[in-house]
Design a binder for this molecule. Structure first.
Ligand code: HMG
Ligand code: MG
Length: 300
């Protein structure tokens, strides 16, 4: 079995990690956390989302966060946008790149962004075109690719069809999301190998939620299929408020630990990452659930 020497980790903690938090974390703490993450060797951080603050109150200070963070050269600071209004704010904040998002299942798409799949496509297409004319790269997310909390099974052909549409619009990469953490390694192997054959491994990323503890096993399968880009959130924070059961993302610290132990280079300094985890833990006033953060707390 061959594995890539280099793996790119995209940290989504400040966005996916915080969007589901009940308490409002202060702007000062968000900015400090992102500044700490910037010093860990991570080269990509999704810092916030420019969505309707009534839908995601936890990130209602997106503009302040995006404009107050210290930008470290070489790090890409990205933000999630659902529509033109969000893009305008993201451009005003001058984020480095934007990410558009939609779901492979109709009901999750409707619940998450209040539109059918067919009605979402032209909205995203407009965002991609405008972002590109403003010289911003655009990433695409496709959610519920291994299963939907409302509809259950999602067909790999449906995932393929929408991924194709996203690439046609001009996104440079599609991050395939296991939004509620239901994918199992054999399912992931079968589906991902098929999508890699269709789109190529270079253009795909994987976004695992660890709801049922399968994220690292699924990551291994993704690596075997040749995928080199993985999303994670420090300490396993995260979840989508419009997908029941969508608990934390795969923990970036557990991901870095596994990859580095396997001899695959991430460029991320694990002790520094855990320090950043400790900071957000004390801001949120609760322990983070990842293995590495537990080890860190126990000083093992
Ligand atoms: P809508 O209500 O259909 O929007 O929401 P609308 O266009 O009809 O406008 C209604 C109101 O919203 C108007 O305000 C707009 O100005 C305002 P009013 O006139 O009533 O005062 N509005 C906005 N305000 C700020 N920023 C905006 C914006 N757009 C409209 N961008 C909308 C549609 C998409 C906006 C809404 O459904 C929404 O914000 N949804 C976001 C949900 C979300 O953020 N979910 C979590 C992220 S996705 C995820 O976690 C999955 C992922 O991690 C991958 C995975 O795990 O699978 C990416
Ligand atoms: Mg997610």
């Amino acid at each position: 079995m061959s594995y890539p020497n280099q793996v790119l980790i995209k940290e989504v903690g400040p966005r996916d990690g915080l969007q589901n938090e009940k308490q409002f974390l202060s702007t000062v703490d968000k900015v400090e956390w992102i500044n700490q993450l910037s010093e860990t060797g991570l080269s990509y951080i999704e810092v916030t989302s420019f969505v309707n603050p009534k839908w995601i109150p936890a990130l209602s200070d997106s503009f302040e966060v995006a404009t107050r963070i210290k930008r470290k050269p070489g790090v890409t600071y990205a933000a999630l946008v659902p529509n033109r209004k969000g893009l305008e704010k993201a451009l005003e904040a001058d984020v480095d790149e934007v990410a558009v998002f939609m779901s492979a299942s109709e009901t999750h798409n409707q619940n998450n962004i209040n539109k059918s799949i067919e009605d979402t496509l032209p909205v995203l297409e407009e965002v991609v075109q405008e972002a590109k004319s403003a010289h911003k790269k655009v990433r695409g997310y496709l959610s519920t690719v291994f299963g939907c909390p409302y509809e259950g099974a999602v067909s790999p052909e449906q995932v393929e069809r929408i991924t194709h549409r996203l690439f046609e619009m001009g996104v440079y990469e599609v991050s395939l999301g296991d939004t509620v953490g239901v994918g199992n390694p054999l399912q992931v192997e079968k589906c991902v190998n098929h999508w890699v054959d269709t789109f190529s491994a270079e253009r795909l990323a994987l976004h695992f939620h660890n709801t049922r503890g399968m994220a690292l096993a699924n990551t291994l399968v993704g690596l075997q299929a040749g995928i080199r880009t993985y999303d994670g959130a420090v300490g396993g924070l995260g979840g989508c408020p419009y997908a029941k059961g969508a608990t934390g993302n795969v923990a970036t610290d557990d991901l870095v630990h596994m990859l580095e132990e396997m001899g695959l280079n991430t460029g991320v300094d694990l002790p520094k990452l855990k320090e950043a985890g400790s900071f957000i833990e004390s801001s949120l006033q609760r322990p983070l659930k990842s293995h590495q953060m537990e080890i860190h707390r126990a000083d093992l």
